[in-house]
Ligand binder design. Structure first.
Ligand SMILES: *Cc1c(COP(=O)(O)O)cnc(C)c1O
Length: 361
């Protein structure tokens, strides 16, 4: 079968090299005669896997010592709830910068556990393109934190220049951009994301949280979602998703082998510039995001003639380019080009787009 490039938004492509490694040792982990998914999470062998994953992530993201790395349940959506439970008071408040679908979902969920100040972040600039306010935001100095979504997976909006929130901790959902570029963790109170975009299989959630922010959870917070309890039990109060954690650890090692986050960032720039460059040069396709806020991970684009959408998707599939249909919220197309998408995949997409445009002039 010839190579298929999968542009799904999540779960999404994972490094083939890692999948082959996992496949090769699946039935017999490290000579134990048992699969990694059959051994106890408290065994010496598994503990070594879990600890290596955590310390490799710390190295890759340069996470300072005063931050805990938690491996949790519930995905990004779970954090939408357990973040206010852990960091805000019911009678207190939190600020939410809303720049697209995901930051809006996070704010709506948080309303159940605290008072939410919605701050509208996206706007149309003078050229009619979507941009984001990151300066002079109407923040509330009494809020427990300011939340933003660093990469809006559906709208293809990424915030590179994070707002200065003074003493109020800044919290970012990095579900769809974690490990895609360098980030200064020390500027944040907390960063979090589900694993199924840049890290591994779904079913595990990474929370990177500054130590002084934990230990103040609302009293009815479930134990498995209490950051302090989770930290005190090395993320093993109950049985974690052992397979996803193990797989994530292999992806971290792969990233280290290929040069770490800095090298990955350069590749992601190259891939996204190629695709946006082509879209901008064509009068057949459009993308409406201000270049300063364009996501390097998720590239929504539209055919000017939307009556060709179905045909575009069908022919792309015949050309081994799958999952290009846009999210139902926006319509059109979306190419998710996460870390594991090779440059060749983006080149193949651009070549197909050129061919399709030429055939429909
Ligand atoms: C995918 C995604 C989520 C939701 O993740 P789940 O793990 O499915 O709950 C949250 N935020 C962003 C930015 C996402 O891309």
């Amino acid at each position: 079968m010839s190579k298929v490039y999968n542009f799904a938004a999540g779960p999404s492509m994972l490094p083939e090299e890692v999948m082959k490694e996992v496949q090769a040792e699946f039935l017999n982990y490290n000579g134990m005669g048992a699969s990694v998914i059959e051994i106890s999470h408290r065994s010496k062998e598994y503990m070594a896997i879990a600890e290596a994953a955590s310390s490799d992530l710390r190295d890759l993201m340069n996470i300072p010592d005063n931050y805990k790395i938690l491996f949790m349940h519930g995905g990004g959506r779970g954090v939408f709830a357990n973040l206010p439970m852990n960091l805000a008071k019911r009678e207190g408040s939190a600020d939410y910068l809303v720049t697209g679908a995901w930051s809006g979902y996070a704010a709506d969920e948080a309303k159940k556990y605290t008072n939410v100040n919605f701050i509208k972040g996206d706007f149309l600039n003078d050229s009619g393109r979507v941009a984001v306010h990151t300066k002079d935001l109407p923040l509330n100095k009494d809020s427990a934190y300011v939340h933003l979504c660093m990469n809006e997976t559906i709208h293809g909006i990424e915030i590179y220049d994070t707002p200065d929130t003074g003493d109020v901790p800044l919290i970012a959902d990095i579900s769809s951009c974690i490990l895609s570029r360098r980030m200064d963790v020390s500027k944040f109170g907390m960063l979090y994301g589900g694993a199924q975009k840049n890290i591994g299989p779904s079913g595990i959630t990474i929370v990177i949280v500054r130590e002084d922010l934990i230990g103040h959870a609302q009293p009815d917070t479930p134990a498995i979602w209490d950051y302090k309890v989770t930290a005190d039990h090395d993320s093993m109060l109950n049985t974690p998703n052992t397979f996803a954690w193990y797989f994530a650890g292999k992806v971290f090692k792969w990233l280290k082998r290929i040069g770490g986050v800095e090298a990955m960032e350069a590749m992601n720039k190259e891939k996204s510039e190629l695709l946006y460059g082509y879209i901008d040069s064509s009068d057949f396709y459009t993308n409406n995001v201000d270049p300063a806020f364009r996501s390097r991970m998720n590239v929504p684009f539209f055919l000017k003639d939307t009556s060709l959408d179905q045909q575009f998707i069908a022919e792309a599939k015949e050309n081994n380019l799958i999952s290009l249909k846009g999210h139902r919220v926006l319509g059109g197309m979306r190419a998710s080009i996460y870390n594991a998408m090779p440059l060749e995949g983006v080149k193949a997409l651009v070549a197909f787009m050129e061919k399709f445009a030429a055939a429909h002039k």
